[in-house]
Design a protein around this ligand. Structure first.
Ligand SMILES: N[C@@H](CCC(=O)N[C@@H](CS)C(=O)NCC(=O)O)C(=O)O
Length: 228
């Protein structure tokens, strides 16, 4: 059965990225919409009526509103029929996905919004956590003989991890350089044609740490929750 799928988000490279990557990888059609384009209202007016008052949210068949990016990832995996059926591997994948997702704060807001001295301070403050979590992730990849975290083909946990590791390059490219197995993981993900094509065509995030903007249809827009 084909569903109408609408992914609602803002102008930032953050929690909608893994769902977008997984939609492209699984070749599931969806519409990508800014909150103000979907609701024709400012975010402050929309927010109180969203189930968990934050985005991304996936609207299914104009009827079901699914918040929480991890819930959206699990839904896409189920819809595509690539969910991990072995209970132990499934639990392992969930632990990886949640551990990668914990990198969200403060990595994503810093890369998307912080400027100047604040950017540098936030980067320095989060560095020990990033190094420790990257080390954990690298250890898991090294301990199995698979290309990705669970199988030789990526699953939801790989896309969530990919997003945060990839974003860390915009915080400081030298962090990931310390982890060759994670770099290989990024390379392997980026060499998948559907992923490469998504990455090549997505809005570019520019002027990070100065005045971050997303280049949408050739026009640079300040990152944020407001229509520009
Ligand atoms: N745990 C949630 C976090 C969602 C979240 O933090 N969304 C932010 C953008 S990345 C948001 O909606 N910010 C606007 C607001 O809180 O008003 C998820 O994984 O989806």
């Amino acid at each position: 059965m084909t569903h109408k799928l609408e992914l609602i988000y803002f102008k930032m490279r953050a929690l909608a990225e893994a769902p977008r990557l997984l939609f492209h990888y699984t070749n599931i059609k969806y519409e990508d919409l800014m909150s103000w384009d979907y609701y024709d209202k400012e975010w402050s007016e929309v927010k109180p009526n969203i189930p968990f008052k934050q985005l991304p949210m996936l609207i299914i068949d104009k009827k079901y509103e699914i918040c929480q990016s991890i819930a959206i990832m699990t839904f896409i995996e189920n819809l595509a029929g690539i969910n991990i059926t072995d209970p132990i591997l499934n639990a392992k994948a969930n632990a990886i996905m949640q551990s990668a997702q914990e990198l969200f704060m403060p990595l994503n807001p810093t890369v998307n919004f912080a400027k100047g001295e604040k950017f540098i301070k936030k980067k320095d403050d989060m560095l020990p956590f990033l190094l420790s979590r990257f080390e954990d992730l690298e250890k898991i990849l090294k301990s199995n003989d698979k290309k990705f975290f669970i199988f030789d083909e990526p699953r939801a946990c790989d896309f969530v991890t990919f997003h945060h590791l990839d974003l860390s390059k915009m915080l400081d490219p030298s962090i990931i350089n310390k982890f060759p197995r994670l770099e290989k993981f990024l390379e392997d993900m980026m060499s998948i044609e559907s992923i490469k094509s998504y990455l090549d065509n997505r809005p570019k995030l520019i002027d990070v740490s100065i005045e971050p903007k997303l280049v949408i249809d050739g026009i640079p827009h300040p990152t944020g929750v407001k229509k520009t």
